[in-house]
Design a protein around this ligand. Structure first.
Ligand code: PNS
Length: 169
């Protein structure tokens, strides 16, 4: 008798997502095709300085943006990623690599996470070439100076950025 072992893989896609970019969406689309369940997890206690959007706003935007992906959900976390992943029953962490500089940032994080939890694997995926230069930091910087970033973020994010921009005057 032939026994087929079905592997289910739940993965966490962690990040700051301030804001969600088309690069993130590209990775969500790619990741959702290879894992059973993908949880986008927004870090609550980020030390990246004053955010553009609150964590709640980011969660709302991501929830809207992932509506077409039935196996993707969004939540928030703080503390260690490995603890959150274990509590979620996730076997893997998904991260995007755009350029060699990302590797330098990602490698020690992946190794530290492996040291903390040898059972948790980090999966790296590359976004489409079109978005290899796109980062939330660059998006915010260009937008603040009046640059057009509408092709680099989902339309719902663009609308919220414009609303925030005009609210601030
Ligand atoms: O979008 P970012 O800022 O590159 O995401 C970084 C993130 C959230 C993946 C990373 O800072 C993280 O996992 N923070 C949680 C704290 C933690 O587990 N630190 C040890 C990993 S080296």
């Amino acid at each position: 008798m032939l026994l087929l072992a079905m592997q289910t893989v739940k993965a966490i896609y962690p990040g700051t997502f301030d804001p969600l970019t088309n690069g993130h969406m590209d990775l969500i689309a790619r990741g959702s095709k290879i894992v059973t369940e993908l949880v986008v997890a927004i870090l609550r206690n980020s030390d990246k300085g004053t955010p553009l959007f609150t964590v709640a706003e980011r969660q709302e935007m991501i929830a809207e943006a992932i509506q077409g992906f039935p196996n993707v959900s969004v939540t928030t976390f703080d503390g260690l990623l490995v603890d959150f992943a274990r509590a979620q029953g996730a076997k893997a962490v998904l991260r995007g690599i755009r350029a060699i500089t990302d590797y330098e940032y990602e490698f020690p994080m992946a190794m530290m996470n492996r040291k903390l939890d040898p059972n948790l694997e980090t999966l790296f995926m590359m976004p489409t070439e079109q978005y290899t230069y796109v980062s939330s930091r660059l998006i915010k910087g260009v937008f603040k100076l009046g640059g057009d970033v509408s092709e680099l973020v989902p339309p719902l994010v663009m609308a919220r950025m414009k609303a925030k921009g005009s609210a601030r005057g």
